[in-house]
Design a protein around this ligand. Structure first.
Ligand SMILES: Nc1ncnc2c1ncn2[C@@H]1O[C@H](COP(=O)(O)OP(=O)(O)OP(=O)(O)O)[C@@H](O)[C@H]1O
Ligand SMILES: [Mg+2]
Length: 421
């Protein structure tokens, strides 16, 4: 099987690595990719946002499967363009990607499907905003309806700040505050059937102890030994299957990864958000412990025959990912700083250096984004994986390097607490 991965970040590198380990996968291609992905795939300089260009490439390469990594191309309809040319795609249509593209749409689907989530109101006027804020009370949760690259949500006790964010966004979803640790459950969906992957946790704040601004994610781990053992099954039953049924009823079946962000509240799991792709870095440790062939699984989902392949199996061990970010992140990022030690870290047994924002400048690997690389290690348990990840991360240096020291040291609910500024 030949597979083409669309995207350029750590998620796509982790996917390309896992695909390259599947004996059924004979070739991995990526567009546009990055220097890490180039070690396991052939890169093609194609715009990931252009459905026509991606579809042309897929047809020219005669690939059996296209995996679209990021949300922006999915919301723009890139999967539709590929599917129209008769190539199997893992990733939802433009219509189904609205589960991430519009928070109001996702809340409407959740309500229709009876999925447990925060109570909410969609508001467009200041009067509606004020009424909703007062109805739910503090802490206030205000979400931009549209895709905002992780910057659309404000959680605050300051009513004026909540109103200002709502006004700046235009159309917002205002919702009830959910109290409890956050977890990520990824469901592989073929439109009607779904398999859940092993749950993971993602550390979002830039500084230790859950301080500082939100980021795309500073580290992650799996398994969640402290969580209820049936969390994945409960999520399938209460969230994923009803959502798939509702989307199919609407004539827009969901094919791809449904990322269920959950708050584990005292009343039970509640959906914080849906995304329509794998989360990064939370998918990284999950793929490290996945024992089933990833290409076989994603191809079966893309072709609507998930029932024909066995449910994914995970190893007994654990995996931890520690992100190394560049100076200024998350407000800005620094480019062109020489990165040293990636080869040494990669050479450590059970460690992978996953590239997120790197580039080649001559023969040197240099920084090219906020999150630069992630060091992922497997271990016997979370503590073992954690010490291996940090030991390997110590081998990597670049100017202005930022990393947290407490990834997977404690469950996120303990370290970060309620996410109110
Ligand atoms: N109802 C809620 N109660 C408490 N905290 C919330 C709530 N909704 C969101 N949050 C906090 O805000 C963060 C961002 O919210 P959400 O995941 O909906 O936004 P997003 O911008 O789509 O995120 P992502 O970039 O992960 O897709 C959550 O991870 C959570 O910490
Ligand atoms: Mg989201």
């Amino acid at each position: 099987m030949k597979v083409l991965v669309i995207g350029t970040g750590g998620r796509e590198h982790a996917l390309a690595l896992a695909l390259s380990l599947d004996p059924a996968v004979t070739e991995v291609h990526a567009a546009p990719g990055n220097p890490g992905i180039a070690e396991v795939a052939t890169l093609h300089d194609v715009d990931p946002m252009s459905g026509a260009s991606v579809a042309d490439l897929a047809v020219a390469l005669v690939v059996d499967l296209v995996v679209v990594g990021p949300e922006a191309p999915l919301v723009a309809g890139v999967a539709d363009a590929v599917r129209e040319r008769g190539v199997a795609v893992f990733g939802p249509s433009r219509a189904a990607a609205q589960l991430e593209g519009s928070k109001a749409f996702s809340k409407e689907v959740m309500a229709a499907a009876g999925v447990p989530t925060a109570g909410s109101r969609t508001c467009t006027t200041t009067a509606e905003v004020e009424a909703a804020l007062d109805a739910f009370g503090a802490p206030y949760v205000v979400k931009d309806d549209a895709l905002a690259a992780g910057k659309g949500v404000v959680v605050t006790r300051d009513r004026d700040e909540a109103i200002a964010h709502a006004v700046a966004c235009g159309r917002v979803v205002i919702e009830e505050f959910l109290d409890g640790p956050e977890v990520s459950v990824f469901a592989i969906c073929d439109g009607t059937t779904a398999y859940a992957l092993q749950p993971a946790q993602d550390f979002k704040r830039i500084y230790d102890g859950g301080r500082g601004p939100n980021t795309g994610g500073m580290g992650s781990y799996t398994p969640l030994t402290w969580a209820q053992p049936d969390l994945a099954e409960v999520t399938l039953e209460q969230v994923v299957r009803p959502t798939l049924a509702e989307m199919a009823d609407r004539g827009t079946p969901f094919v791809g990864c449904l990322y269920v962000g959950l708050a584990l509240t005292e009343a039970g799991p509640r959906v914080i958000e849906f995304n329509v792709r794998f989360g990064d870095p939370d998918i990284q440790p999950v793929l490290a412990v996945l024992e089933s062939p990833l290409g076989v699984l994603l191809a079966a989902a893309a072709e609507g025959r998930l029932v024909d392949v066995p449910a994914p199996v995970f190893g007994d061990g654990a995996a931890v990912t520690v992100v190394l970010a560049s100076a200024g992140y998350p407000e800005s990022s620094s480019k062109g700083d020489v990165i040293r030690g990636v080869g040494a870290a990669n050479g450590v047994h059970d460690v992978d250096v996953v590239h997120a924002g790197t580039a080649l400048s001559g023969d040197s690997l240099v920084t090219a984004g906020g999150r630069v690389v992630a060091v992922r290690a497997r271990g016997y348990d979370v503590d073992d994986a954690r010490s291996r990840a940090y030991a390997a991360a110590d081998l990597i240096t670049f100017d202005g390097l930022q990393r947290r020291t407490d990834i997977a040291a404690e469950p996120l609910g303990v370290v970060e607490g309620a996410s109110v500024r």
